[in-house]
Design a protein around this ligand. Structure first.
Ligand SMILES: Cc1ncc(C[n+]2csc(CCOP(=O)(O)OP(=O)(O)O)c2C)c(N)n1
Ligand SMILES: [Mg+2]
Length: 327
């Protein structure tokens, strides 16, 4: 079901190209990570973000990461790259190398950068929600003018910690935007089977919060919706945004995907967020085939280089086993 093309693109060409470029970098990175997992260069848990690129890139493109913060769940590679974290250090983290973002000790689920204001990556479903609420509390308390974007999945929506956090965010007027990436599935369970409400964003009303919904396959809709949410949040009004999206790959690398049909996946692929933006730009003469090929070629070079870097980096030394960890 291709999306109906609406109004003219509201952003300048360079900005659109940058969004397309970031989404394509995430796509290339994730495809390479999948291959490297197959070759056993990467071990442990690994959850790919393919299909959801428009959500992280569209939302995070609105931030000023000098003062704003991002927190997310374990499907975190896309958010990290959208925050400007280094693809080579990201790949090295997946490889468990000392040059990785978390010195090779965090792995796929624990990408983190204090410098880039990306505070993880969290393997416990919903755990980042109260943590992000605390970050927003600090921003308000210290009057930094910053906001926090807190991403989580549809599977986290029913966690008690989310509802406690929403309540606190409202009564303390915290500068936070909660974004549920409703990719339709929590592991192998349809969100429809476990949700009492068919419209997540409507539940914001229960906390006197603004609730917004956007098409997570359309980066322009994500970007403008989250921009509006951030504007509210900076005034001390927390906002809850639902982005309807879809993950193309299995939940993690060991998922036989028996719970969904190939047709369902193929249907969403016809609305691919990257091809959608590219198509809209082509319609308005804002990208040529040569520009597109150059963009794809460049992201592939960056990703190839990230693999070279990860392969050639050393493992953490055995004596480092107990450093930089909390136990
Ligand atoms: C507290 C907790 N319960 C259960 C799990 C096991 N688990 C890992 S991912 C997941 C599904 C989460 O789905 P969703 O929030 O929709 O995120 P998605 O994988 O779709 O990005 C579950 C139940 C966990 N990691 N933490
Ligand atoms: Mg989900």
């Amino acid at each position: 079901m291709p999306k109906a093309k609406t109004s003219k693109l509201a952003l300048p060409k360079q900005e659109l190209l940058a969004l397309l470029d970031q989404m394509q970098l995430i796509r290339s990175f994730e495809e390479k990570a999948g291959q490297m997992y197959g070759l056993r260069k990467i071990g442990g848990f690994c959850h790919l973000y393919t299909g959801q690129e428009a959500v992280a890139v569209g939302a995070i493109s609105n931030l000023n990461l000098a003062k704003d913060y991002v927190l997310t769940a374990y499907r975190d590679h896309g958010h990290a790259l959208a925050c400007g974290m280094d693809p080579s250090a990201s790949m090295a983290e997946l490889f468990g190398k000392v040059t990785g973002l978390s010195r090779g000790k965090g792995g796929s689920m624990h990408f983190f950068s204090a410098e880039k204001h990306m505070l993880g990556g969290n393997g416990i479903v919903g755990a980042q929600i109260p943590i992000a609420t605390g970050v927003a509390f600090a921003q308000a308390y210290e009057k930094t003018g910053g906001v926090t974007l807190c991403f989580f999945g549809d599977g986290a929506f029913h966690q008690g910690a989310l509802h406690e956090s929403f309540n606190l965010a409202r009564i303390w007027n915290l500068p936070i935007v909660y974004i549920v990436e409703n990719n339709q599935w929590g592991m192998g369970t349809s969100w429809k089977k476990v949700s009492a409400h068919a419209d997540f964003s409507a539940t914001a009303a229960a906390y006197s919060m603004m609730g917004l919904a956007c098409d997570g396959m359309d980066i322009l809709d994500v970007k403008s919706t989250v921009a509006k949410a951030i504007e509210e949040a900076r005034k001390g009004n927390p906002v809850f945004v639902e982005a309807r999206t879809y993950r193309y790959k299995g939940h993690s690398m060991s998922d036989p995907q028996k719970y969904r049909t190939r047709d369902e996946v193929d249907e969403y692929r016809t609305r691919d967020p990257i091809l959608y933006l590219k198509g809209r730009m082509e319609d308005e003469g804002l990208i040529s085939e040569a520009e597109w090929e150059a963009l794809v070629g460049n992201t592939e070079l960056i990703v190839e280089e990230s693999v070279r870097f990860a392969e050639s980096s050393p493992e953490p030394a055995a004596g480092e086993l107990y450093t930089d960890i909390l136990a």
